[in-house]
Design a protein. Structure first.
Length: 367
């Protein structure tokens, strides 16, 4: 029986499905891909695009081309509501799209507090394409004066953004004070060896690290910390508060604490078996998972098979998250911090490894 498969979003977890869309269309199924734009940027290389290590075209996929070339339709738009009872998706412009099977890979975003949003130069680090515009703006500002740049967030994203901003400033022969406001602690929850190398790396790059505080508010060309201390700020990069959109919660679909679609071991909604999802936009019911790209990449073949199963071909297969995974943080100066099975190292070999893995992933799906 001919069915309609709708893919919402084209992040890491949907890439294998996109590559095999012709399998679905050849079987007589109708396929629609919905995304905010024709291009999708790979987050693992985003900080490197900010610094100029990578060109924009090196870190993006042409999702629209992938869909159309395989017999699917592409709709540029944003899904704002899911109606499981009617099996319909509502787009921001009011258009409704019916589905038999829907899969979501819409990623996550940065929720900017209203006390911060008034700052003239706030840069949420997601979606990744915002970094492309930010790069242009920073380069332009560097030609006019010495800058004060603040990065809010002590996780991997905050670390990599701060480090790659230093590379950008250096390559443009500019001057900037860069401050990383890390919250309670830099890389909290990570291996102590990783934290130590990160702290040394920031020191080497002349980036000021502030722990035990957060950015509380911003306005004009300054930010105020939770301690009440004020810092000059020309650009504020927000790498904190990353979470899924409110789409699923607004739609009355069961979610995790962060608002992500609550899925079972088959990456299937716990309440609506015709809805699937992967990546940062889901909450894995069997156990909490960190918001790291490696899980989304490993979910690729599982989603592909389970969407085939939902359309009548084969059995569902379970996603089994690996207990350990490689971490690699790009420090912007040709080095990276790498952690794998308790072994921590850094330097140029670390970046060479990360660069190889990232480029290999891109090569699998770029067309």
């Amino acid at each position: 029986m001919r069915k309609h498969l709708v893919l919402v979003g084209a992040g890491h977890a949907h890439m294998t499905v996109l590559k095999h869309l012709s399998d679905f269309t050849a079987a007589g199924h109708r396929v629609t891909v919905i995304g905010p734009g024709p291009l999708h940027y790979y987050s693992g290389m985003g900080p490197g695009m900010l610094s100029g290590i990578y060109r924009p075209e090196e870190i993006r996929f042409n999702v629209k081309q992938m869909a159309i070339s395989r017999g699917a339709s592409f709709i540029e738009g944003l899904v704002v509501r899911v109606d499981p009872a009617c099996k319909e998706l509502q787009l921001q412009g009011g258009e409704r799209v019916a589905y038999d099977i829907a899969s979501f890979n819409t990623g996550s975003g940065v929720a900017v507090d209203e006390r911060i949003a008034t700052h003239a130069a706030v840069v949420p680090v997601k979606p990744i394409e915002t970094l492309l515009d930010a790069r242009t703006r920073v380069i332009d500002a560097l030609t006019q004066r010495k800058l004060s740049i603040v990065v809010a967030g002590g996780g991997p994203a905050g670390l990599e953004i701060a480090a790659n901003l230093r590379r950008l400033v250096k390559d443009e022969s500019g001057a900037a004070e860069i401050t990383l406001v890390a919250g309670e602690r830099l890389l909290a929850g990570f291996d102590p060896g990783v934290r130590r190398k990160a702290e040394r790396g920031l020191s080497r790059l002349a980036i000021t690290l502030i722990e035990g505080q957060k950015v509380d508010s911003a306005g004009g060309r300054a930010v105020r910390l939770t301690s009440g201390e004020s810092h000059p700020c020309d650009f504020l990069f927000m790498a904190v508060g990353v979470k899924p959109s409110s789409l699923f919660r607004d739609s009355g679909i069961p979610t995790g604490d962060d608002g992500g679609l609550l899925v079972n071991r088959f990456l299937q909604s716990v309440a609506h078996p015709e809805i699937f999802g992967g990546g940062d936009c889901v909450c894995f019911a069997p156990r909490p998972l960190a918001k790291v790209g490696v899980y989304a990449v490993r979910q690729n073949p599982v989603l592909l098979q389970n969407l085939r199963s939902a359309l009548g071909a084969g059995d569902l297969v379970a996603f089994t998250p690996q207990k350990s995974y490689l971490l690699a943080f790009n420090m912007g100066d040709g080095t990276a911090i790498v952690s794998w099975h308790g072994v921590v190292f850094d330097g140029r070999p670390g970046f060479a490894l990360k660069d190889y893995l990232d480029r290999r992933f891109m090569k699998m799906f770029q067309e």
